[in-house]
Every structure is written in structure tokens, then in C-alpha cells.
Ligand binder design. Structure first.
Ligand code: AMP
Length: 215
């Protein structure tokens, strides 16, 4: 299946992607993760993207579309994928449709994760990830077990907050979502692809609702 997960930062797209990829045998493609890997590697693209990301703004469409085109060409994406955090603008959605049109493999579904803003702020401010393996926890909703489950693989699990998860930047990211990404709801609704999921529930319940939306 070729799926897009749409929703504000902190709506649970990444967490649910990770739960669904095993069951469906398809990869999660997160443009945020791809960009953070570039930043870690110190690539040219990473250096350009870092300041934009730290300010809570969007990286330019051409850069994102080039990165996604390359990722979709990898063999593991031929069976389908979950796009997480992409597209984020109408030009990105149009670019994606053109790319998938070229290979005759259009999107099957777009799942919209609906969560109210107060909860988003709480979820994002509590988010912590292991600096070594990237595993994500939440001090409010998914407390970190002691010892952390990754301590077998990671010699010294170090939990860190993403620089763009600070309160100021989160407010900026939510405003950017409203202005630039929320128009995608109408875009995909008009194409008959959109399914809405109330994402204000337990992890298990949201997974069930997403599965139902995909079915
Ligand atoms: P995320 O992990 O999806 O919250 O993304 C973190 C940051 O990476 C965003 O705040 C943007 O600065 C950048 N980013 C990720 N995906 C995109 C995208 N599709 N378009 C533009 N910028 C993006």
C-alpha cells in the first residue's frame, strides 16, 4: 500500500508508522528523519537544512522533492510505503502525484491524524529520544522504563530533546502546519483519498482506528 500520514507535529504519525510498518512489510519514509540524518552526517544539504529546521520553518520544496525521489527509488519502497511528514505543502503534494504518476503507482490512502492543539503541545514537550538508536519516548504519555529497552544495544542510552521541540519552536511549527500543511486536507479530500482518524486515544486504539481507515 502507498500511504500518506498527515497531521500536525506531535499527532502521533511517527509512532503509528513504526507500529504499522512491521505488520504491513513496508518502510516508513519520514522526511524529518532523512533531514536529521543529513544534519548528523554534516552533508551540504544537512548544513543548509539545519537553520531552517531549528527555526521551525519548512525546508524548500525542491530539496524535499529531490530527497524523496531518491528514497522512493530504493528497492524496499517498491512494495509500498508510509510517508510520514511529507508532503507538507501543496507543491510537494503535486510533485509527489507527478512522481507516482510516472511509475503508474498512485497513492492508495491519506490518513489524517486529528488531535487538539493543547494535547499536541503536551505531547511534543514531553518527547525524548535516545541519542544513539533514535527510539522515541514521552515523559507524559509513554514514560521511559528503567532501564530503557534500548540499553541492550546502546551502551549508555542518552535521552535528549530535539532542538526544535522547545516550546517556542513548537508554537512556530504548529502555525506553519496551519498555514502551509492544513490545505492538504482539502487537496486529498477532493481526490477521495482522505480518511480522518481521531488520534486522541491510547496507542493501541489509534492503531486500530488507523488500520480501519486503511482497510
Ligand atoms: P518532523 O520530524 O516531521 O517534525 O520534521 C522536522 C523538521 O524538518 C520540520 O519542522 C521541517 O523544518 C523539516 N521538514 C520535515 N519534513 C519536511 C517537509 N516535507 N517539507 C519541509 N520541511 C520538512
Amino acid at each position: 500500500m502507498r500511504i500518506v500520514f498527515l497531521g500536525a507535529p506531535g499527532s502521533g504519525k511517527g509512532t503509528q508508522s513504526q507500529r504499522l510498518i512491521e505488520r504491513h512489510g513496508i518502510p516508513q519514509i519520514s522526511t524529518g528523519d532523512l533531514l536529521r540524518a543529513h544534519v548528523r552526517d554534516g552533508s551540504e544539504l544537512g548544513r543548509r537544512a539545519k537553520a531552517v529546521m531549528d527555526a521551525g520553518q519548512l525546508v524548500d520544496d525542491a530539496t524535499i522533492l529531490g530527497m524523496v525521489r531518491e528514497r522512493l527509488a530504493a528497492p524496499d519502497a517498491s512494495r509500498g510505503f508510509i510517508l510520514d511528514g511529507f508532503p507538507r505543502t501543496i507543491p510537494q503534494a503535486e510533485g509527489l502525484a507527478a512522481m507516482l504518476g510516472e511509475i503508474g503507482q498512485p497513492l492508495d490512502r491519506v490518513v489524517l491524524f486529528e488531535v487538539d492543539n493543547g494535547l499536541l503541545l503536551k505531547r511534543i514537550s514531553g518527547r525524548r529520544s535516545c541519542q544513539d538508536c533514535g527510539r522515541v519516548f514521552n515523559v507524559h504519555t509513554a514514560p521511559v522504563p528503567v532501564p530503557p529497552p534500548c540499553s541492550g544495544q546502546c551502551t549508555t542510552p542518552r535521552l535528549v530533546q530535539r532542538p526544535d521541540d522547545s516550546e517556542d519552536t513548537v508554537a512556530k511549527r504548529l502555525a506553519v502546519y496551519e498555514a502551509q500543511t492544513s490545505p492538504l486536507v482539502g487537496f486529498y479530500e477532493a481526490r477521495g483519498l482522505l480518511r480522518r482518524v481521531d488520534a486522541d486515544a491510547s496507542l493501541e486504539q489509534v492503531t486500530e482506528r488507523v488500520e480501519a481507515a486503511l482497510g
